[in-house]
Design a protein around this ligand. Sequence first.
Ligand SMILES: [Zn+2]
Length: 245
Amino acid sequence: MKTPCPHPTKSRYATLEAANKAAHRVTHQAGLPLRPYECPCSWWHLTKTPAPAALPAASDATLADIQRLASLPDIDFRNIVAADARGEGKPGDRGALRAPQILTRWKRCLGQLHKDLNDQFQENRGNPSLLAEDWRKRATSYRETLALRLSESRRLKAEAHAEMVRNQEYKKHDAEVAAAAGATVQELRAHAGEVAKERLINAHQAEFRRYLADAYADLGISLPARIRRRIAESASEVLTEGQAS
Ligand SMILES: [Zn+2]
């Protein structure tokens, strides 16, 4: 599965961070603007060619895109994966491949495409014809792209996993806090909402009573005496303030 490096003489860096640091240093010292790029050999190198267009992201896909891809037959799914590797396809499809629900299937399909291509290389190995030579040239760059997509899918899977672990930790922590308070998390959340609402009402009492009066009027029922009194009070407060000045 390891792809040989097309540029074995280049300096290699294990992480994007390390490559970024090196790029920064070289750019500074030699005045040569370099940027890191991920190589199919799984290391990072530096290059002076400008960055290619940004990769699609899961946020490019709607829930409908994700559900459609999840239910696609393998052959159609494979076509979308291959198109994406060539930099083609609808943004929704390409984004959906990177959604946590689809990542595993995408990664498995990429692995299959990569393996199939390697098998074809094996079959083609001894073939000296120009046609075979031409095929090898095109297939080599496609194989490199597949290797890149594979490492992208692995990275996204690791990120999705870390996010899931984080959410589980939050959940566990919240459950502990709630248990200590003798309540459920649901109850604490509802309580937080009540507290915030209370503060909002207190900060804007006159406005709240106006909305309340509107809502009563819309429903066609009469205001309770207590609220009617408060509205009259604030109206007269406004009046006396006006007279005092
Ligand atoms: Zn390389």
